[in-house]
Write a protein that binds this ligand. Sequence first.
Ligand SMILES: NC(=O)c1ccc[n+]([C@@H]2O[C@H](COP(=O)([O-])OP(=O)(O)OC[C@H]3O[C@@H](n4cnc5c(N)ncnc54)[C@H](O)[C@@H]3O)[C@@H](O)[C@H]2O)c1
Length: 431
Amino acid sequence: MRVAVIGAGYVGLTTAACFAHLGHEVQCADIDADRVARLKKGEVPILELGLPELIKEGLTSKRLQFVVGAATAARTAEIVFLCVQTPQGADGSADLSFVEGVAREIASVLLPGTVVVNKSTVPVGSTRFVQRVLSEAGARAEDVTVASNPEFLREGQAVRDFQNPDRIVIGCEDRKSAVRVSELYKGVDAPVLVTDPASAEMIKYASNAFLATKVSFINAIANICEAVDADAREVAIGMGYDTRIGFQFLHPGPGYGGSCFPKDVAALLHISSAAGYDFELLAGVVDVNRAQHERMIDKVRDAVGGSLTGVTVGLWGLTFKADTDDLRDSPAIFIARRLLEEGAQVRAYDHGAGDKPRALVPGLELCADAYDAAAGADAVVLVTEWDEFRWLDFERVRNAMNGDAIVDARNLLDPAAMRRRGFAYQGVGRR
Ligand SMILES: NC(=O)c1ccc[n+]([C@@H]2O[C@H](COP(=O)([O-])OP(=O)(O)OC[C@H]3O[C@@H](n4cnc5c(N)ncnc54)[C@H](O)[C@@H]3O)[C@@H](O)[C@H]2O)c1
């Protein structure tokens, strides 16, 4: 099928490359001409495992092309995927201006019979909203159908998740169009749930809110464990064996972050309040999460004797999780800012973040590696679970540091082994 993918970000690039791999003719569009020029040369602007190879394959077979401008890609497409950003608006709601902009741009060029698919995470009612914008901007309602096909991929393993999803959700009032969208996924082994648009849109928000709830839940348990001398990691394992609970998202840590959970939870709270329901449970999840970020600062402050003024802190990891270059709403960025605010000098290292943190956190010193970040530090705080931090030469780290405190906000390291090596180790909810 001829597919247009609008937006060459984390979701758009993965979607475009994976559909090309499945044999479709894909045009992927972005408004950023520089990004498109780089992609045409096979230069991938994001860190995503396996994506460069798939993009190269698509460019070589010519099944994948990159173009500037949504209308250029949409004019020949049978199915158009909207994969643009939906950031958090000032009132917590999802900002649909990028989605609306694309709908206005493509409305007049769509071929009769085209299905426009919202893959961006959009609030309940957005399928209808896009249909209305398309009609206002010149598309005939009888010619164009709008569907919802939320994306559940995880950054860092986006290609694997796209190719092996737990489920494919398609929300559409028109059965035939839903079937056409489902046919695009031929070759992907996953249950396909065809439902109405509002339910499809709700599935995405409910899923992310549920996962965020799991994170805040285990963080709350971890905080109690610290007070009663239990080990939250053992507790999580013991809980996870229960198949009704499962192991995933039960890792005590610095709180969730990233480009999805915070904004999607805020958007669901906005949706629920607009619907007249006071979603106290989810509001609590947000409160616990904020407090958990703050708790990591408390741990560092305690570790250096009660004040961060004039203290040097080594910060390991800046991205919101490992294996991505994404810094959006990263707990590590929050922590870096707060440490600086309290007068600490912060020496940070992250394998994937590149130079971007400099602009995000003025005053942050970016270091060449984990040892460099630890040099002269009174305390080191590990915030992102990059695998390389497991395998460091900790004797070298200890010798490079001025103090001996390690705050392991991801429970990545072995407490007993760290203490044997002379560190004053603190994890999250660990003995
Ligand atoms: N990142 C994730 O892990 C993830 C997972 C599931 C769902 N989502 C959802 O998918 C959507 C996209 O997320 P993302 O992380 O890929 O965003 P992103 O910011 O990485 O990418 C969006 C891209 O769209 C482009 N764009 C904006 N307006 C455009 C226009 N008019 N024409 C062409 N291109 C345009 C931007 O330049 C940018 O490159 C969001 O709604 C997000 O919530 C994201």
